[in-house]
Write a protein that binds this ligand. Structure first.
Ligand SMILES: [Zn+2]
Length: 184
C-alpha cells in the first residue's frame, strides 16, 4: 500500500462510497474526540467496542463466537437491515488475544469497527466488477485504513519512527510503517 493507493485486485463484490485516506483519518479522529479519547496512545479497542460503543450506538450487538460459527474468518460485521441490530462478531480466540494486547487481533477488531461505521447498506453497492476496484472504493481497504488511522492518531504519531509507533501504539510493524508516512 503506498501513497498513490493504486488500483488493485479485491475479493470484494461490493463497492463502497468513495473515501480517501484523509477522509478516513478525519472520521477516526472525530470518533476518538466524541468519547474524549483522542490523546490515548495505546488505545483499548476491546473496551471501546464492548463497553463504550453500545452507549453510542443503541442498536449494536457485540458477539463473541466459537470458531466453527465463523468458518475461517477472524471476525465479521453485519450491518443493520430493516432496523435490526448491527453486529460485530469476533472469534473467541481473537477476542482473547486482542484483550491481552496482541497487535494483529487489535487491528482485526478495529477493522470491523471501520466496517460498522462506513459500510451501512445505504453506502454499499453490490457489483460485478469489470475492472479492478480503486482502493478508495474497496471496503476492505477502507476498513484497514480506518484501523491504522484509528489506532495510530496522526497528531500523536507525528515524527515517530515505525519502530516507535509499533511499540507505543501497540500495532504491528507493517501497520506502523504505513502510518509513519502519514502525518498532519
Ligand atoms: Zn473486512
Amino acid at each position: 500500500m503506498n501513497k498513490s493507493e493504486p488500483l488493485r485486485k479485491t475479493e470484494s463484490k461490493y463497492a463502497a462510497a468513495p473515501l480517501s485516506r484523509n477522509d478516513i483519518a478525519y472520521n477516526a479522529l472525530q470518533l476518538r474526540k466524541l468519547v474524549g479519547l483522542e490523546d490515548i496512545v495505546n488505545f483499548d479497542i476491546v473496551r471501546f467496542i464492548e463497553n463504550i460503543l453500545p452507549e453510542l450506538h443503541p442498536n449494536f450487538l457485540f458477539e463473541i463466537a466459537e470458531s466453527y460459527k465463523l468458518r475461517g474468518k477472524y471476525a465479521e460485521t453485519i450491518p443493520s437491515y430493516h432496523d435490526g441490530p448491527a453486529i460485530i462478531r469476533v472469534r473467541e480466540d481473537v477476542y482473547v488475544n486482542a484483550a491481552s494486547g496482541d497487535p494483529r487481533s487489535r487491528f482485526t477488531l478495529t477493522h470491523e469497527l471501520g466496517h460498522l461505521l462506513f459500510h451501512t447498506p445505504k453506502h454499499m453497492k453490490l457489483c460485478r466488477l469489470e475492472t479492478n476496484l480503486p482502493a478508495y472504493m474497496d471496503p476492505e481497504w477502507q476498513a484497514n485504513t480506518f484501523a491504522g488511522e484509528f489506532l495510530v492518531m496522526r497528531h500523536l504519531a507525528c515524527g515517530m519512527s515505525p519502530f516507535e509507533i509499533a511499540d507505543k501504539f501497540n500495532v504491528s510493524y507493517s501497520v506502523a510503517e504505513i502510518q509513519a508516512k502519514y502525518c498532519k
